[in-house]
Ligand binder design. Structure first.
Ligand code: DQA
Length: 144
């Protein structure tokens, strides 16, 4: 099984950006945590981060025919990007939306998610453990 973990804008700033909201863990330590978890579960994982919407669309398209599942935290593009939604719909790969913070208890504009329409599950407000929960959800889904 091969999972692509996509992180959008500003998630490379984890550990620096608003630590009271997103915690003190850095992006590199998040990647290590995800890779270690995938190794324990005997699955292949690739982590990709970009601050650019088109690059995120490209990464989703490249997963077609290659990946069995996608974990995606589109950052602020969650709330704006129909292009990322359409890319997820186009490849039709099982996808889980992750947010480190609890987006539904924050500002009104964070309650809107376009990508949610192409994801079978959303995990929000569980910190970086949400990525691991998303991997579990994909393993379960692909086994079904
Ligand atoms: C986020 C929540 C978004 O609203 C925000 O723009 C982010 C991070 C999260 O992981 O909680 O960049 O996706």
């Amino acid at each position: 099984m091969n999972i692509l973990v996509i992180n959008g804008p500003n998630l490379n700033m984890l550990g620096i950006r608003e630590p009271d909201i997103y915690g003190k863990e850095t992006y590199n330590s998040l990647v290590e945590k995800i890779e270690g978890y995938a190794k324990d579960k005997s699955i292949d994982v690739n982590c990709y981060q970009s601050n650019h919407e088109g690059d995120l669309v490209d990464a989703i398209q490249k997963a077609f025919g290659v990946c069995d599942g996608i974990v995606i935290n589109p950052g602020a593009y969650t709330h704006t990007s129909i292009a990322i939604l359409d890319a997820l719909k186009a490849v039709n790969i099982p996808a889980v939306e992750v947010h480190i913070s609890d987006v539904d208890s924050r500002e009104e504009f964070r309650k809107i998610s376009y990508v949610r329409n192409a994801c079978f599950e959303t995990i929000s407000g569980k910190g970086t453990d949400g990525y691991l929960l998303a991997i579990d959800a994909l393993i379960k889904r692909v086994a079904e």
